[in-house]
Each structure stands twice: as C-alpha cells, then as structure tokens.
Design a protein around this ligand. Structure first.
Ligand code: GLC
Length: 593
C-alpha cells in the first residue's frame, strides 16, 4: 500500500482481423499491421514466447472479486461471476488475472484478514468453483495469480485464537506479544497504518499484540520457523491447484525491530490525528530478503515459471532494486510505486523514473501500474477535469507501450472514476469510518464493474449491490464503449493488440528522446532484431506541442513515422519529424525503421 498515494497516509488475440472488425479501428493502424502481416507475426511471437518467461509479456489485470461480477444475486461479486467474464478478458488481450483475497475471512479488511489460507470464503463460492475458474482460464490462456497475505492473519484465524489463549500456548510465539512499557502504556510508539497505536492490549494474558494494520489483523512472527512453514504450505496448496504465482501483500512489513526502538517522529499529523512518524523499525528490515529467497525457491520448484509480485512501496530505485535479489533470486516483478505515485502529468518526472528502473542494477524486469484497490483511480488522479477521457487514453499508452509488464486495474479500460461515499453511514471500508471526513476510505475505487446499461450496470441482479453503481455507469460501460471506435475501451483494445503484434513493443529496448522537453514524453522502443522500432510520443500538456525528433543517435535514419495508433488523429497515416505537432494530451504511437 502506497505511502504517498493512498488517501489515508497523507491524504491477446492478434491485431489484424480484430482491428478490421472495429469500425474505424483500421483507420488508425497502418496497413502493415493488417491481415496480410498477421500469420508471420503470430509465428514470431510463438518462438519469442518460448524463450521468455510468460510474465515478461503478459498484461496482468487486477480483479477485486467483490466488485467484478455477481453470479448469484447477493450483491457481491464471486468466482463464478469472474468465470463468466473470461471471454471478455480474453478478447481484451489479458494474459493473467490477479484476484485479491477470496479466503475465508471476517471481512474486516475485505479479505486481507485471512481466517484460513487453504479454502475459499462461501461468499465467493467453493474450491470446486475455483478449480472450474482455473480450468476455464487455462482454456483461454489466462493465468491466475493469487493474493497471499503473509504479514498478518485475521484475529479469528485458529492460529491467533490459540496464540491469545495463554502465554504458554504452543502458538504464542506465532504472533508478536510484548509487555507494555508501564501499566496502561503500549510497548513503544509504533503506529498502525490504519491509525493510532499498532499495539492492542489483550486482557486475557495482560500483554499487547502488534498489528501493522487493523486491530483485527495481528502480525505473524516471521522469526518463528513454524510460521514460515505454515505459510509455505499455503503457497504449495495453491500452486498444486495450478496458480501462476502470488502477489505478496504488504511484504516489506514482515519483520519488526526485535529491540522495539521507537519510530522517529516527523512534523505534522496524519488524517487520523496521530503525529506523523517514519516507519523505520517496522518497514523494509533486511530480514525480509531471506524470506523472499525462500519463497522464490519454493515457486521455482514448480513448472510453468510461477511469478512473485511484491506489494512494497519502495521509496527509491535503490530499494526497489533490492527486491529483485542480489542474484535475481527474489521477486521477479516488484511493483513500481515510484511511478504510480507521480500523480501528475509530468514528462520530466516520468522520464527520470522510467530511465532509472529501465537501467536498474539488477537488470530486473520493470512492473508498472497506475491504479489499484487502495488508491483513487487514475481517471480522476491524472485527469484535469476537462480532458479526462483523452488523458485516460494517454495513461493507457504510457502503461502499455513500455518495456515493463503492465498491471491494469479492472475498469480502467472503460474510464471508471473514483466514486467515494457521500455520507459516513454509507462507508464500507473501516478506514473511512476512522478517518471521516478527511479520509473517506477506499470504497470509491472499488465500485462494481460497469458492464452495460441494465440493472446494476450488469454487475448484479440485487436490489442493493454492496457498493452503489456510480452515476457515470450509464455512459461509461463495456457495452456502450464496445460499439464506439473512439471510446477509451476501443483505444485500450488497439494498444493491447499492438503490444501483442509488435515485437518491438514486447522485446524492444527503451530510450527516452528529446530529454529536455518539459511537456512531451517521447521514447523509442528499438527492435533488437530486424524490423520496425516503435516511437511513442505523449503530450502531457493542455497545449498543442511541436516536437523535433532526431533518432540518429539511436542508429536510425528515419525522419518520419507511420501511424499505428493515435488519439486524436495525428497526421495522415504518417508524421514527419520536421513538422510533428501533437494536440493537447495527444498520443502518437508509430513505426520507424
Ligand atoms: C495491502 C492491501 C490493502 C490491505 C493491506 C492490509 O496494502 O493492498 O488493501 O488493506 O495490505 O492487508
């Protein structure tokens, strides 16, 4: 969970045939990428896929299961609902889905409070439903990534119930229990990410337990080998069922300073009225790397290259690089929170951060995202209030044309917006209750997927879905946007198809162009083999901008590019570098050789 981004902290399908099927789709794509080229592209693609692990090329799509599709009319999304939408994901060109937790849970933190790591919560279905989803996903070449929550359990997990039962229980040491500093005083000043002290007094045994998140989410003690074994058994349980890897929740918080040093106090107060602190003694302790290596060895023992994705909001490139491991033996895809946290359309900021991660000392593969279930959606975060739909397309291009493995959040492809609750009594996410009105919680970015114009936007048949359908659903939904060639959805589809058909977009090197331009972020994805390279130019300002590009330093003589995808229309099938004007927030993706 991001330090800067979250409100509570600081306040595949081949291109050609498919494109031809979209009204207007072919207009923006050169003839080179149409029908005649398709079979060759597909062959090349197969051989490259054979060499690289799948996770370097797949586009990953995050599903918040409560909100994707409800199949049984109870107002909450479920596994059979996800299975019923696999064709949509396949048509979109998604290679893997990451599903946030579906384990049995009291749902205090909507599943991130796990009560059993080897089962499915009945709200979402059964293990049989899960196996069915796996089988159906496999038929469509879509992999399934589980969300693993290793840092903490629910206070209703049998492990914790045992642990709290007595000081001498065999599971006492599975959690972090300490005496208070003095009567009525917690052991130190550590704070919960969700407000107030991170220590909860338990009168049954007169000790405090540590919880980095909600009181109902006690932290596991990763210094205890039995805890490690139990969590690794849980990983094997899902790998044995065929999952393609894990997104590791809050993994930088697995260890705490055993000497309980107080965290440094910073100026000011947070949204909960607590003094700001630096989580120096509970975040990113070096011990996490041994665990990450153990987890990596575990997944590497399975066929099919399972992936580990880390949720760790590393503060800079040096820390992010460490997540790959000294011998590239830890996380394959560390989420890049630095890039997700730019939070403004700034060509210089993106250029700097893209450069840094592209050249990371571990030669690790970058992994980008802009939205998820913890932070306001990108449509509003990057939107200027006037050109939001155009900016949504620009953000799509930024995500889908770089070297990184892209991670999309459900609904970004249709321009879903953040719709926070208006009244405190409607809040579902407890942090919205604790922090109201400054902190309204995360409901706004978790509203139901907008499928069509029918009841509940096609999400459910319930009278009251668990979160209300945003008013924007009438205009922004899959059905309406599928028939509009200029919609955000059609734009995403074109880019996703291009990413699959263009070798340079998958394997090309990355080099920023015109490094001094304050408004246009332009880069070249250079094809390492023969064939066209891809030029991307994004105008991050509300004014038309003229760019002068010179690719000679990159070994290319080209002084023009053929349009592959552009929004709005730029040039007439091609652009000349001597007169290249990009409209406000315009996107140009073209081929050069
Ligand atoms: C992660 C999840 C977030 C959850 C927290 C505690 O940051 O993304 O939704 O509340 O961990 O598990």
């Amino acid at each position: 969970m991001s330090k800067k981004l979250t409100k509570f902290s600081s306040l595949a399908i081949t291109t050609a045939l498919w494109l031809a099927a979209i009204p207007g789709g072919a207009q923006q794509v050169s003839s080179r990428s149409q029908q005649t080229a398709a079979p060759k592209v597909a062959q090349r693609q197969t051989s490259q896929f054979a060499q690289d692990p799948w996770w370097k090329h797949a586009v990953i799509y995050e599903i918040y299961p409560r909100s994707f599709q409800d199949s049984n009319g109870d107002g909450v999304g479920d596994i059979n609902g996800i299975a019923s939408r696999l064709d949509y994901l396949h048509d979109l060109g998604i290679g893997a889905i990451w599903i946030t937790p579906m384990y049995p849970s009291p749902l205090v933190d909507f599943g991130y409070d796990v009560a059993d790591y080897a089962a499915i919560d009945p709200l979402y279905g059964t293990l049989e439903d899960f196996d069915h989803l796996m089988a159906e996903a496999k038929k469509r070449n879509i992999r399934v990534i589980m969300d693993l929550v290793p840092n903490h359990t629910s206070d209703q997990h049998p492990w914790f119930k045992e642990s709290r039962s007595s000081r001498t229980n065999s599971k006492r040491d599975w959690y972090i229990w300490r005496d208070g500093k003095a009567p009525g005083q917690p052991p130190n000043n550590w704070q919960s990410w969700f407000g107030h002290s991170a220590w909860q007094f338990d009168s049954a045994t007169n000790q405090y337990y540590y919880h980095h998140f909600y009181t109902e989410q006690p932290d596991l003690n990763w210094r205890n080998p039995e805890v490690r074994k139990a969590m690794y058994d849980a990983m094997r349980f899902w790998l044995d069922r065929g999952v393609a890897g894990f997104r590791l929740d809050a993994v930088s918080r697995l260890f705490e300073d055993p000497n309980l040093h107080d965290d440094p106090i910073l100026p000011g107060k947070n949204a909960y009225g607590d003094p700001n602190i630096a989580h120096k003694y509970t975040d990113n302790l070096p011990e996490i790397h041994e665990v990450l290596r153990e987890m990596r060895r575990l997944v590497d023992a399975y066929p099919g290259n399972p992936v580990l994705i880390s949720e760790a909001d590393e503060p800079n490139i040096a820390e992010l690089t460490k997540m790959y491991g000294r011998k590239n033996d830890e996380i394959q895809l560390p989420m890049d929170f630095q890039i997700a946290d730019v939070n403004k359309l700034s060509a210089p900021d993106f250029r700097k951060l893209f450069d840094e991660v592209d050249r990371n000392a571990a030669h690790g593969h970058p992994h980008f995202f802009f939205s998820n279930h913890d932070q306001p959606r990108q449509w509003d975060r990057y939107g200027d209030g006037v050109h939001n739909d155009q900016i949504a397309k620009l953000m799509a291009a930024l995500l889908l044309t770089t070297r990184a493995t892209p991670l999309m959040y459900y609904g970004e492809e249709i321009g879903m917006r953040t719709t926070p609750p208006v009244r405190k009594e409607d809040v579902q996410d407890p942090i919205g209750e604790i922090g109201w009105p400054e902190e309204k919680g995360r409901d706004g970015e978790r509203t139901p997927m907008q499928w069509d114009n029918t009841k509940d936007a096609g999400f459910s048949s319930a009278d009251h879905p668990w979160l209300p359908i945003p008013p924007s659903a009438a205009e922004y939904n899959v059905s309406v946007e599928s028939s509009d060639p200029h919609s955000i959805l059609s734009f995403y589809k074109r880019l996703l198809a291009l990413r699959r058909s263009e070798p340079a977009l998958r394997n090309g090197t990355y080099a920023a162009l015109d490094r001094d331009d304050a408004h246009v972020f332009a880069y070249l994805r250079k094809n390492p083999a023969k064939g066209d390279s891809i030029l991307v130019a994004l105008n991050m300002s509300a004014e038309p901008r003229t760019v002068k590009l010179d690719l000679s330093a990159l070994g290319l003589k080209a002084n023009s590019a053929k349009t592959l995808v552009a929004a709005p229309q730029i040039g007439n099938g091609s652009v000349s570098f001597t007169h290249f004007v990009i409209p406000p927030f315009g996107v140009f993706v073209g081929s050069v050789h």
